[in-house]
Design a protein. Sequence first.
Length: 156
Amino acid sequence: MDQQTHGRIDAVVPETVEVDHIQTTMNIVLFSHPAFTNSQSMRRFARMLEQAYLARGHKVQVWSPKAGVCKWVPCRRLAKLAGYVDQHLLFPLWMRKQLKVQPPDTLFVFCDQALGPWVPLVMDLAFPRKREPSQFNKLNFRFRGNDNLFSASVDS
């Protein structure tokens, strides 16, 4: 990185694309952590990306789980479990509906690797494909514990 681009947002954010003198914009969906978790830095990073993309004229949406069940639970320990319900049950249901109405040229950006569990859902719904049977449809599990060997096979 040279002196002129070091530390500037526009050094890492692509310019809008010009094709035959027509400026096109991208549809971008940013996945971010929910506001009810303690992850401030990743939400700040998502806001930084959102501002940079908006400054370039792109259409940006930020998707993150909302506090539904979590806000109704007064006990802190139970609120954490309720937050898991919001993140892993309610948010994917909402996300399924939203993915079906997104334009096909939408770019999905996951702002943190911890959001990886949502990637297969986006891949399956936003980019449907015909699945061919293969050797990977059969999952084999083996684990060893207390000198007992357990083995199972599951056909999917």
